[in-house]
Design a protein around this ligand. Structure first.
Ligand code: C2E
Ligand code: MG
Ligand code: MG
Ligand code: MG
Length: 283
């Protein structure tokens, strides 16, 4: 009897694994079609400058509009795209879209684009990015590349050289999701990033937890001492905005200022700024 139950359990397990595998394969097949079928979109989330008290730019965030799955979050599919070798082509497409779109925005608004570790590791990354930016017509100074710590771990050497190559062309670089992985102070010493993006997990609880407040305060101070700017991610409330301002962060980003929006919606804002939230006014 026990054996039978055991077998049933195993069978059930087997079935769910099988279902999971099928789902994964279906997802991969759909992902390969996503770009050719025009299902990918780049959305833009405002980033607010705390010193000037005005909009400083937008972060480009990939979206997948699937006919039956709905809007799929990059948290779900970016990793799969990396695993099946799609991220290079899609990442380049995001960069092309974002730089072209940003070139239609009022200067000096910037665009921040996420770079996958796999893109960052490509031997000709600096030349490729520069080529795309030049083709878009956007001034390189208006582009920021967001790179996570995992990219630094995975790149076998040459990180400082790549960052220096970007810097020489005027393109800025940000260390994204700082504090979530194997954050090492030696990164900050060795790698010339222009900006640190403090992860939203710290920002979310800074108004209620002393340890998070201490971490954000310290990272902002440290960055400042090192001549780097800081963006606080995930600012959702006025209390959090107050706290990151007090901490001395340079910029803030989060639902308090705005959700990611389509390029089309942004164009409407620029044509008619009264449609945008008051703090997003550009003129
Ligand atoms: P990220 O670069 O750290 O982007 C910020 C994420 O936080 C975005 O999620 C954004 O929608 C979300 N967010 C912003 N403000 C708030 C807030 O106030 N509260 C909360 N709870 N969340 C907020 P999203 O768009 O789902 O992207 C997730 C991650 O996927 C990004 O994290 C980035 O690592 C990756 N990603 C997005 N687009 C691209 C891309 O084009 N290329 C690559 N390689 N990765 C991308
Ligand atoms: Mg980012
Ligand atoms: Mg981030
Ligand atoms: Mg993040």
């Amino acid at each position: 009897r026990a054996k039978a139950a055991g077998r049933r359990t195993w069978r059930f397990f087997e079935h769910s694994m099988e279902a999971e595998l099928q789902e994964r394969l279906a997802m991969e097949a759909d992902l390969r079609e996503a770009l050719p079928l025009n299902q990918l979109e780049v959305w833009y989330q405002p980033i607010f400058g705390l010193a000037a008290n005005r909009l400083s730019g937008f972060e480009a965030l990939l979206r997948w509009r699937h006919p039956t799955r709905g809007m799929v979050s990059p948290g779900i599919f970016i990793e799969i795209m990396e695993e099946i070798g799609l991220i290079e082509v899609v990442g380049r497409w995001v960069l092309e879209q974002a730089t072209r779109e940003a070139n239609t925005w009022p200067a000096p608004l910037k665009v921040a684009v996420n770079l996958s570790p796999l893109q960052f590791r490509a031997p000709d990354v600096a030349a490729t990015v520069l080529q795309v930016v030049q083709a878009s017509g956007l001034a390189p100074q208006r582009l920021e590349l967001e790179i996570t710590e995992s990219a630094l771990l995975q790149a076998d050497g040459g990180v400082a050289e790549i960052l220096a190559a970007f810097r020489n062309t005027g393109i800025r670089t940000s260390l994204d999701d700082f504090g979530t992985r194997y954050s090492s102070l030696s990164y900050l010493r060795s790698f010339p990033f222009d900006k640190i993006k403090i992860d939203q997990s710290f920002v979310r609880e800074m108004a209620t937890r002393h340890d998070c407040l201490a971490i954000v305060n310290s990272v902002a101070h440290l960055a400042n001492q090192l001549g780097m700017a800081t963006t606080a991610e995930g600012v959702e409330t006025a209390a959090q905005l107050h706290a990151v301002r007090e901490a001395g962060c340079t910029e803030a980003q989060g639902y308090y200022f705005g959700q990611p929006e389509t390029a089309k919606e942004l164009r409407r804002w620029f044509e008619e700024p009264s449609r945008a939230a008051p703090f997003l006014k550009i003129a």
